[in-house]
Design a binder for this molecule. Structure first.
Ligand code: FES
Ligand code: FES
Length: 151
């Protein structure tokens, strides 16, 4: 079936079975490979995108469920959250980089709802995003810095 939604503000249409994971619609149908496949079971957060502002696991989200919705992915983050991206760069957050798109999408949602988060806020909001390289300290520092930069 044909499913219409927006990605980073641009209208798109995907023709696929409605139970196709949004992750594969983004990567294979739309060529947006910034969103990563980690576990495929909603456990690691590597595939996190935002749907109508809420961070979700795209590996477990049927594309049929996003008809008419607004999707934000890592490809649009520099435009939507420049200070967050800048803080990530300044703090040299990534190591291998694989988890980072998901981390950034969760971080952007946190900052939209809580512009100056405490460490507790950060830990709670980011707890579903696993980093096997252990970049958690730098992630926290970058989010704190981006929060301070916005105020
Ligand atoms: S790939 Fe979706 S949560 Fe791990
Ligand atoms: S930077 Fe390697 S998994 Fe997070």
């Amino acid at each position: 079936m044909a499913i219409d939604f927006t990605v980073n503000g641009s209208p798109v249409q995907v023709t696929a079975p409605e139970d196709t994971p949004l992750l594969w619609a983004l990567r294979d149908d739309l060529g947006m490979t910034g969103t990563k496949y980690g576990c495929g079971k909603a456990l690691c957060g590597a595939c996190t995108v935002r749907i109508d502002g809420t961070p979700v696991r795209s590996c477990q989200t049927p594309v049929g469920s996003v008809q008419g919705k607004s999707i934000a992915t890592i490809e649009g983050l520099r435009a939507s959250h420049p200070k967050l991206v800048e803080a990530w760069v300044q703090n040299n957050v990534p190591q291998c980089g694989y988890c980072q798109a998901g981390q950034l999408m969760s971080a952007s949602a946190l900052l939209d709802g809580t512009p100056a988060p405490t460490d507790e806020d950060i830990d709670r909001a980011m707890s579903g995003n696993i980093c096997r390289c252990g970049t958690y300290g730098r992630i926290r520092a970058a989010i704190r810095e981006a929060g301070e930069a916005r105020t």
